[in-house]
Design a protein around this ligand. Structure first.
Ligand SMILES: [Zn+2]
Ligand SMILES: [Zn+2]
Ligand SMILES: [Zn+2]
Length: 142
């Protein structure tokens, strides 16, 4: 049994070929759009609908096997790095996304002055800026 199969079983999920294929695509790393995940899944399986990929991603996210992020102005992206409360830095120029380790390492990483009675379990932190190649392009344009 592969580790992906064990992962699915450990979360009480049925092992299916689309689920294994999506886990395999996400395992390569990065923050992928559904379109890109679907393209790569189709290289592994003969036919799979975009809706089927959405369904798989929903099940994996609910089971804590993938994480969905949606920076402002960008379509939702999925990644396999879960459970470590890391954050993201997004380039305003090209949209590139990179992981930023949490300074605290546990959720929530910020203590709000007033939580209005909410029990907080997550602080979503997104850093925005220009990536190195966009900085280089900006300097070249000047
Ligand atoms: Zn950039
Ligand atoms: Zn990430
Ligand atoms: Zn943090």
């Amino acid at each position: 049994m592969s580790s992906a199969e064990e992962l699915l079983r450990s979360r009480g999920l049925r092992v299916t070929r689309p689920r294994l294929a999506v886990l395999d695509v996400l395992a390569a790393g990065g923050h992928l759009e559904v379109e890109e995940i679907t393209r790569q899944v189709r290289e592994r399986l003969d036919s799979v609908s975009t809706q089927a990929v959405y369904d798989v991603l929903g099940a994996l996210s609910r089971a804590g096997l993938s994480r969905r992020i949606e920076p402002a102005g960008s379509p939702a992206r999925y990644e396999a790095r879960v459970g470590d409360n890391h954050h993201h830095v997004v380039c305003r120029g090209c949209g590139m996304i990179a992981d930023v380790d949490c300074a605290v390492g546990e959720a929530p990483c910020l203590e709000p002055h007033s939580a209005h009675g909410f029990e907080i379990d997550e602080a979503e932190v997104t850093f925005w800026g220009l990536c190195p190649s966009c900085q280089a392009r900006r300097t070249a344009d000047e």
